[in-house]
Design a protein around this ligand. Structure first.
Ligand SMILES: [Fe+2]
Length: 298
């Protein structure tokens, strides 16, 4: 067992990974399937929102649902790598259609506390993670059919970020971007560039051939959208942390860059929905649902 990792990996296990790219939010959702049993999990699904119109639709999620139904696969888990600030999760929608348990990192309670205050939520908004079926601690294991998936705690982008490792595949969320894009911002509440650097180093403790699957890609410098790389490739070529960049260099760069970034377009609806495990806020007495915009609150 590696010093930095709380579990051993078995790269002879090779899950089938099916990506789904959502062009509206540059998010990549995944189905990860056990070739031996047809059990699968869905990682980081997307619920569509036209924020200007206040309209929610499910085209992205329906593509995943249709794919799984057509294949006859069985959903064991719906996994969130973190509370996303740039898209809304469709996990409860897919759960209703296909079943499965919903999991996220245990520090969701920290995120719920922070944003429960930002959005001035009432006491009906539980800050104990009880909206989810499973809260992962570092090293926790679950099964997808015959495969074992381990949760690796990788905070820094947010305090609740998890990387999910199954066989020779790892779903890194926003802990890493493709090598030519580097890393995600670390300036959201609870974010920490030092921790992000440490988390990236943990991911790089995985075997070099491990396939890494990104949650986002924006096609830097006009290249086509990509989402899959390897630990070895990131170690060597990642523009923010690869090739032996020091923690000090990374933190300085990240801090300076983050100071120039504006808020993600969908951060306000995303947080309110995703901190509720993908559910919209409860209806008011008229039966209508609303999302709030905190003025000068973020
Ligand atoms: Fe994110």
């Amino acid at each position: 067992m590696s010093e930095a990792l709380p579990f051993t990996t078995d790269t002879s296990v090779k899950p089938e990974v099916v990506p789904f790219f959502d062009g509206a939010t540059n998010t990549i959702s995944y189905i990860v399937r056990d070739p031996k049993s047809d059990a699968c999990a869905v990682v980081d699904s997307v619920m569509d929102i036209d924020y200007a119109a206040g309209r929610i639709t499910y085209d992205s999620a329906d593509r995943i649902v249709a794919y799984i139904k057509e294949k006859g696969w069985k959903v064991d888990w719906l996994l969130e790598t973190h509370v996303h600030a740039d898209h809304l999760s469709a996990a409860p929608y897919i759960q209703e259609k296909l079943g499965g348990k919903l999991g996220i990192g245990e520090n969701i309670v920290v995120v719920q506390d922070t944003f429960g205050k930002v959005f001035n939520e009432g006491t009906e908004f539980q800050r104990d993670g009880s909206q989810f079926d499973k809260l992962f601690a570092d090293g926790d294991a679950i099964t997808i059919g015959t495969m074992t998936l381990h949760a690796l705690y990788t905070p820094g982008h947010t305090p609740a970020c998890m990387t999910y490792v199954v066989g020779d595949a790892a779903f890194v969320g926003d802990t890493l971007f493709m090598p030519d894009a580097g890393s995600a911002r670390a300036d959201f509440p609870g974010g920490d560039a030092h921790k992000l650097y440490h988390s990236i180093k943990r991911v790089m403790e995985l075997p070099g051939e491990t396939r890494l699957f990104m949650c986002h890609d924006y096609g830097p410098n006009g290249r086509d959208i990509q989402w899959e790389t390897t630990v070895g490739d990131e170690k060597e070529h990642n523009i923010h942390v690869g090739g032996g960049k020091t923690r000090e260099e990374f933190v300085r760069f990240r801090t300076e860059r983050d100071a120039t970034l504006s808020m993600p377009r969908l951060i306000i609806p995303s947080l309110q929905v995703n901190m509720r495990a993908g559910e919209l806020p409860p209806a008011d007495e008229s039966g209508k649902r609303f999302l709030k915009v905190p003025v000068n609150g973020l």
